[in-house]
Design a protein around this ligand. Sequence first.
Ligand code: SAT
Ligand code: MN
Length: 656
Amino acid sequence: MKMKPLLVILTKGNLIFHRFPTEFGALTKNGRPKVSVFGKQIRGIGVVHGDLQDLPEKVKSYVEDNVKLCKPDKLHICDGSDAENQKLINIMLEQGTIKPLPKYENCWLARTNPADTARVESKTFICTEKKSETIPTPKNGAVGALGNWMSPNDMDLVVKERFNSCMTGRTMYIVPFSMGPIGSPLSKIGIELTDSPYVVASMRIMTRMGSKVMKQVKDGQAFVKCLHSVGTPSNGIVEDPSWPCDPQRTIILHKPENNEIVSYGSGYGGNSLLGKKCFALRIGSTIAKKEGWLAEHMLILGITNPKGKKRYIAAAFPSACGKTNLAMMTPSLPGYKVECVGDDIAWMRFDKNGQLRAINPENGFFGVAPGTSRSSNPIAMDTIFRNTIFTNVASTSDGGVYWEGMEKEIGSDVAITDWRGNPWSRQKNIPAAHPNSRFCTPAEQCPIIDPAWEDPEGVPISAILFGGRRPAGVPLVYEARDWKHGVFIGASMRSEATAAAEHKGKVIMHDPFAMRPFFGYNFGNYLDHWLSMENKSSNLPKIFHVNWFRKDANGKFLWPGFGENSRVLDWILRRLDGENIADETPIGLIPKKNCLNLKGIEENVNLDELFSLPRDFWLQEVKEIEKYFNEQVGDDLPKEISNQLDSLRKRITKIN
Ligand code: SAT
Ligand code: MN
């Protein structure tokens, strides 16, 4: 790698090393950048892109406050243009953050610091005056597992301690972005201040970013404040200037009262692309509660049956459980067509006719790469090889990418370099790509993007699916008896841990509504909010639970999954049409014998095992749920939900 000029800055006895890209320069005699903030003017600081005077007043004062705190050398006001993007790419190339992937068009590979590869749930906090606003009070000495709370005072201390001068030697980018189509009544705006060009380039893909959004702020729209820095370790030494970060002190804070997000120390995904989990889910859920709608960790798909009737379905699964695959499914059942509205987040509200409508607040897919292949998700493979930033995947000697699942898709003569940059061979017992490696790609490139995916009114939702990775006991699909039962099913969701966060091993974790890491307020109140939706409509979506991941005694999947999941969606759609194809069971309604369409399926499917309800398993499951509700939700658990649990227990004891 070409060496860049090395600058050593002494602050309070600490040495700080910075490698500046050559475009940097203007510093004062003592080597410190000139920063001074006077009243409404930011003087002595280079504005390298855009015009400060054009900023709306509210943005100006937000920027000013944080320039004072973070002391960047330069300011860049993002307009979202191609020319700007090219500039960012050049900077990242120069810093060694990305390298080109010449096999494809406008694709780039970023390798992170190996200590910065996933969301950090243990370092993610919601800041409210009262702890009980954020999390229910755990009982019986349990450690709270429904989010972390911090007081606003402590938040201030954390911010002062970490952000003071954290952008010295760097550029602060001012990133205006819209979550949701610009101008939709369901959309919301954010301004992210960040010192990472990687974050800016990724936000340009994942959100609608640029001048149009700034114009909306000028016209008076409120915005969510999002401050982000990759940070500098407290010893002042940036180990690897190509991916600066401060994993020791990484922290992600949310203050719903001010619609404010502050994130320090990580450049990765949900930690740094603040529109995603921080805004669209955590702050989003608090806004949604106030305004009477739902901000959920759900994909949205459109599905047309062979008769040409189209419906939309929203589905909640924990991170890295195949949401992207389902959202882009190629149905194996003839005559069906799936179209994609979104793969991760849904903002939903009932319209004046009582129809639930959803938008995808995002503009791109930040999908898990490993496991994505021509056989598992050909549509994703047709989406991601243009205008995409890959992170922590392996690379090939012919200028392409590689990950687990792509074995059949590369020539035997190409050499592979793993995600850390080391030569890799199949004999090595370690994965070539990091299990949480990602592609970040524009949604509009998806060949089956739904024609209504940017409809400002949102798409009408007919069914809601909950699901997870459940290797044992949980059948392929079951239907909730009614709305309250559906809310209970969402509340009782459990799933095997994945690589999307820092959890280790294949433990089955409670993950209510797939929102456990993303609740912006007390989960008990969240359940009340969901229950209250019942009064908003006489035409509520039906609720189902699905599980593609059940295994037999030998550890083999009982269901082929992927395109064959269209058979489950077919049953669901026929239930929406009121067909008499369901049998009551203690846990909900399951397909009547011969009513799940298996015509033409190649695998031998053991339906009896796939739909069996082992009594001991379910007694244990009820016990686990009860323990979880008691310990974690305690007095905040709505009565309706404990009633649901009681009736489930009674029904299960009757299984023989
Ligand atoms: O890393 S992200 O939070 O953006 C993705 C996910 O966990 O679903
Ligand atoms: Mn997700």
